[in-house]
Ligand binder design. Structure first.
Ligand code: NAP
Length: 346
């Protein structure tokens, strides 16, 4: 029988040592990954199940109700693009909370119809109309309107920058070079210019605590082809929300700015049946108000949109790009077919 050589003892000692070091590193790595995903799942569950909205922070009771007013609260919410779709839904949800509502839009008739419906359903609120075409976007017109609001001394504590969209030009899906200059300008004005200039003018006269909600889109996180200006402008909305929120916090202001990452929502601009991935405008608005106070600068308010976004964002880039090209090409062809049918039916 041969006794083990000192060399083989040495090798097996260091081999075992290497194995145990590797096991320790892998265990630590596994624990880190598990902790990361546990945290992600916990914060998702917290946001969508346990978080309680702090929207009532922005609602001040009326001090001495004027004889002419039936309003129980003196706080106002201004909603842009409130004559239809998600904007109109926000108007209803905020009126339900007790806010007096300023409805912005370009059509006095459509706005008056929304106002009548609001007054019938929520007799204890006051309403005002802000009629201004956001295209071409006029800074002097915005400033003048805000000066008038300041003179009236309204206590505006909520601003919903809802106006915008990709379908504001038709066809929606087009190569950049096929967009007329005026169409590019329109997409900029409605998605970027108007919300930025309105917020700039309004913030100094808004009552603290203040809430600013900015409507974004999935395309800001997952941009596809043939939607370049819309996707870029929605990415601006999200980056701008975060930057503005941080700036105001750094300046010690009590202003909550939240960018809303929105997937498919049934609206005038995006008709279609409500289903597993498309919610109603009311559901979207309610879900967004439920997230107020969650501490995030951007949030996908509807839980199904949040799940879709979280899963899609984890796909490898090459797969995501390939699927975006395929999906958007399908949408572009579908839109072409629909527009031809519309033309024939004219
Ligand atoms: N619906 C979706 O699936 C979806 C998905 C992602 C993001 N979003 C975002 O959500 C927001 C609202 O979308 P939506 O689908 O609810 O839109 P919508 O149904 O088309 O409603 C748009 C609103 O903006 C108003 N508007 C349009 N052009 C205007 C102008 N030049 N001046 C003043 N007002 C004007 C419309 O007024 P009129 O009634 O006079 O036309 C209407 O009140 C947008 O920012 C959009 O990008 C929507």
């Amino acid at each position: 029988m041969t006794s083990p050589s000192p060399n083989s003892n040495f090798n097996s000692y260091f081999g075992a040592h290497r194995t145990s070091t590797l096991t320790t590193v892998l265990t630590a790595f596994g624990t880190l990954i598990a902790t990361y995903y546990a945290y992600k799942i916990f914060s998702f569950l917290y946001l969508f199940i346990f978080h309680r909205s702090t929207i009532s922070r922005y609602l001040q009771p009326a001090i001495t109700p004027a004889a002419s007013s039936t309003s129980k609260h003196r706080s106002w919410a201004l909603i842009t693009g409130a004559s239809d779709g998600i904007g109109r839904a926000f108007a209803h949800e905020l009126a339900f909370e007790g806010f007096n509502i300023i409805l912005h839009g370009r059509s006095p008739t459509k706005l008056a119809a929304v106002e009548t419906a609001l007054k019938a359903q929520y007799p204890h609120i006051s309403t005002r109309l802000f009629v201004l075409d956001a295209y071409p976007c006029s800074a002097p017109a915005i400033d003048e309107y805000v000066r008038d609001l300041a003179k009236d001394g309204l206590c505006i504590s909520v601003l919903v920058n809802n106006i915008g969209g990709g379908s504001l030009v038709s066809p929606t899906f087009r190569p950049l070079t096929h967009l007329a200059v005026a169409e590019v300008q329109k997409l900029f004005d409605l998605n970027v210019g108007f919300p930025t200039l309105l917020t700039r003018a309004l913030l100094p006269i808004m009552q603290e605590p203040t809430l600013v909600l900015n409507l974004g889109s999935f395309v800001s996180h997952i941009p596809g082809p043939w939607l370049t200006v819309y996707a870029g402008s929605k990415a601006f909305n999200m980056s701008w929300s975060r930057s503005l929120g941080l700036e105001l916090r750094a300046e010690g202001k009590d202003v909550e700015v939240m960018g809303l990452v929105v997937g498919e929502v049934q609206s005038a601009g995006h008709p279609g049946p409500v289903g597993p991935v498309m919610c109603s405008s009311r559901t979207l608005a309610r879900s967004a108000l439920d997230k107020v106070g969650c501490g995030r600068h951007t949030v996908a308010p509807w839980w199904r949109h949040a799940v879709i976004l979280a899963l899609v964002m984890r796909l490898p880039d090459a797969l995501l790009n390939w699927s975006m090209m395929r999906t958007t090409r399908g949408l572009m062809e579908e839109e072409k077919r629909m527009l031809e049918v519309d033309k024939r039916n004219l």
